[in-house]
Design a binder for this molecule. Structure first.
Ligand code: 13P
Ligand code: SF4
Length: 311
């Protein structure tokens, strides 16, 4: 990219010329969220991908999200700024191992959290996201045993909320497992009126001290609607951008992670692989593109559609 290129102007031009839609997750860099046509949580992004009239879906998120968009809109071109933007949680559930696991429990209904590969989705009966997981679990008849994968923290939280016993896959998100309870409590001591709120991918000792638990969009709604003036937020730090846009007068603090990194908060290295420059380049060259074999598209669609019908 030649120096002095006005990336924002170029992206706007390409979006119009190519009839492209830019979908971004709340964990993306602020400048990407600001230029997106839609910013949302995993469920909202999937719904947008299913409904769009655009010819090209530019997915500013991670690989499994792009795959879900492709499954829902197989005739559209789905491009990602960086194909290496993966997910530690999706990686924690390899298809061969998961295939063996479900074979050992053939009577179980298989519920998979959307943070998994399209191939894993082909093995599931129904998909869920963090914003509809309780509803999805409650929709399964009480006499049916359930396998829940890949996130064990979310699984444990769902078992508590729904009272259902579930067989859990032992996967986790490295970002949500990085929060330090000691540092979190110390931060709360410094800001005693702040409410602690958390994403359900966090570990149970973090969830235990949270006043509210929800998906990224539900956390944003909570900060908007709750009368408190200060919040400590245990999820990926990119969410702070939307929160401070929605409620600029409120104090939003990122929950501290174990290791002191440059912002001493939790950032997802995968989400942050996407930059404005890569966004521009992928729109210009229409690559890297997400492609999937037809049988994967066909078989992953059923459990995703079941979820969308219930959402
Ligand atoms: P939601 O935005 O659906 O809450 O998911 C969070 C997440 O971890 C995405 O990778
Ligand atoms: Fe995956 Fe965690 Fe990053 Fe979300 S925050 S994309 S679950 S590694």
């Amino acid at each position: 990219v030649s120096p002095g290129t006005d990336l924002i102007a170029e992206i706007n031009k390409l979006r119009k010329e190519k009839n492209a839609v830019i979908l971004a997750h709340y964990y993306q860099f602020p400048e990407i969220q600001d230029i997106a046509d839609y910013v949302g949580d995993s469920l909202g992004l999937a719904q947008q991908a299913a409904d769009t009239n655009a010819d090209i879906i530019v997915f500013a998120g991670v690989h499994f999200m792009g795959e879900t968009a492709k499954v829902l809109s197989p005739d559209k071109k789905v491009i990602l700024p960086d194909l290496n933007a993966g997910c530690s949680l999706a990686d924690s559930c390899p298809p061969d191992k998961f295939g063996e696991f479900i074979k050992q429990h053939p009577d179980h209904v298989v519920v998979t959290y959307v943070n998994c590969s399209a191939e894993i989705k082909t093995m599931s009966d129904i998909v869920c996201t963090s914003s509809n997981a309780v509803k999805i679990i409650n929709s399964i008849p009480a006499d049916k045993p359930i396998i829940f994968a890949p996130d064990a923290n979310l699984g444990k939280y769902l078992m508590k909320v729904t009272g259902r016993d579930m067989l859990l896959w032992d996967g986790a998100c490295m970002v949500h497992e990085a929060f330090s309870i000691d540092k979190l409590l110390a931060a709360h001591k410094e800001h005693p009126t702040a409410k602690i709120i958390a994403h359900p991918e966090s570990e149970s000792h973090i969830l235990k001290v949270a006043s509210f638990i929800g998906s990224t969009s539900k956390l944003i709604d909570f900060v908007k609607n709750d009368p408190a003036e200060e919040f400590i937020v245990a999820t990926e730090a990119g969410i702070l951008h939307q929160m401070s846009r929605e409620v600029p007068h409120k104090k939003i603090i990122a929950a501290p992670a174990y290791a002191e990194n440059k912002c001493s908060c939790s950032e997802c290295g995968y989400m942050k692989m996407n930059t404005l420059q890569k966004l521009y380049l992928c729109m210009k060259y229409e690559e890297p593109e997400i492609t999937l074999p037809e049988d994967i598209i066909k078989n992953a669609l059923k459990p995703i559609q079941r979820m969308l019908e219930l959402s």
